[in-house]
Design a protein around this ligand. Sequence first.
Ligand SMILES: *[C@@H]1O[C@H](CO)[C@@H](O)[C@H](O)[C@H]1NC(C)=O
Ligand SMILES: *[C@@H]1O[C@H](CO)[C@@H](O)[C@H](O)[C@H]1NC(C)=O
Ligand SMILES: *[C@@H]1O[C@H](CO)[C@@H](O)[C@H](O)[C@H]1NC(C)=O
Ligand SMILES: *[C@@H]1O[C@H](CO)[C@@H](O)[C@H](O)[C@H]1NC(C)=O
Length: 422
Amino acid sequence: MKPPISSSSVLIRKARLSPYLLILLAFIVFVTVLYGQDFMWIFSQQLQLYADQGQPVSTTEKKWEKLPFAIGKTQEGCDVFSGSWVRDELTRPHYQESDCPYIQPQLTCQEHGRPDKEYQYWKWQPHDCSLPNFNATLMLETLRGKRMMFVGDSLNRGQYVSMVCLLHKLIPKDEKSMETFDSLTVFTAKKYNATIEFYWAPFLLESNSDNAVIHRISDRIVRKGSINKHGRYWKGVDILVFNTYLWWVTGSKMKILLGSFDDEVKEIVELSTEDAYRMAMKSMLRWVRNNMDPKKTRVFFTSMSPSHAKSIDWGGEPGLNCYNQTTLIEDPNYWGSDCQRSIMEVIGEVFSKSKFPITFLNITQLSNYRKDAHTSIYKKQWNPLTPEQIAKPSSYADCLHWCLPGLQDTWNELLFAKLFYP
Ligand SMILES: *[C@@H]1O[C@H](CO)[C@@H](O)[C@H](O)[C@H]1NC(C)=O
Ligand SMILES: *[C@@H]1O[C@H](CO)[C@@H](O)[C@H](O)[C@H]1NC(C)=O
Ligand SMILES: *[C@@H]1O[C@H](CO)[C@@H](O)[C@H](O)[C@H]1NC(C)=O
Ligand SMILES: *[C@@H]1O[C@H](CO)[C@@H](O)[C@H](O)[C@H]1NC(C)=O
């Protein structure tokens, strides 16, 4: 509105000098009123233009600019996590399984005999906007002199490996390495002085499942208030990506240790999954507030990764699972029975109160449609299969983890979108 008003106020001052100008002013006012709508329209177009060019006009629009690494913003009102899968044989997959030597044998489905590649050709299309193309150069340049770290369980490890696969092609062979030290795996891009790391902490807090190799413990115990046990290894990281979910789902109450794992007589209380999970989320947020700088660093949290262990959930033949599934679930409201909505509610509740800007990657719904994308039986088997298992492949299919390339590359496309265009 400013330009028309200020120019007519100049005219008012001049009008005192000349009745001729007064008539001219009356005429201008008349025209302004007559075409007011058009002025408004032209002006709102200009505002729109400024917003598009990254010169936001209001403080709410400015918010994203304060986030480190942001170079633009996602279209107003577009929820990038709400959309559908579209077939794309031109730009997918982002890489070939055989071209990424960092994929662990639990996720190399082709190498382990998966007969189809259908699961590699899907692209996520949000309903109200398009995702920016994953630009590996931009991502790697952004990581120059920096550390990016994924913290959580084997599903987060999958997303970590996907990120490494998406970037490693840009780095010559002798200028990169991948090493593991206990709970920490570090991919180094030497000339970039950049690392992409994974830290095993399936509960984020200290637990009796913290051994990165031997952690299959049925009687899981998590120690209250113990986030620093692992958190000291996350200090100094520039981009942190957390997840935690699967290990909390035990089918019964969660055992919470009040003292220390070294106590002879352990003081243990039992909490509902939701209360235990809330406790861990709050600990994580406290750690983030105390150790991360919102002006220089970014923190992401990836929501629950769904499983597909019960074919009746999607109206399939009873007693089966993700084994031999090559098509997507088409019901837009599909939600697997293994996926606890109450945990999603806890996440929503805890984040809505967070003072630190944590970026939430809500990948649950979009992954729920992907019963075709699991590793199923096409992975390295640690123990020889029994004749009973061989006779019934669904009995040993892995319906938790995801083949690479595949679904988890999309999680990283979403991470990319939220990192640069929050
Ligand atoms: C990717 O990012 C780099 C570095 O910012 C830029 O030079 C390049 O033009 C981008 N590529 C595409 C296809 O947008
Ligand atoms: C390399 O990156 C680290 C942060 O990850 C930084 O502390 C260090 O100064 C960098 N070194 C060089 C030579 O740039
Ligand atoms: C896999 O599913 C197809 C139908 O989609 C079916 O014809 C075939 O028999 C199934 N294979 C096995 C081994 O169950
Ligand atoms: C994540 O997305 C699902 C489905 O779109 C929605 O029901 C849920 O509320 C979202 N979670 C949060 C914490 O926003």
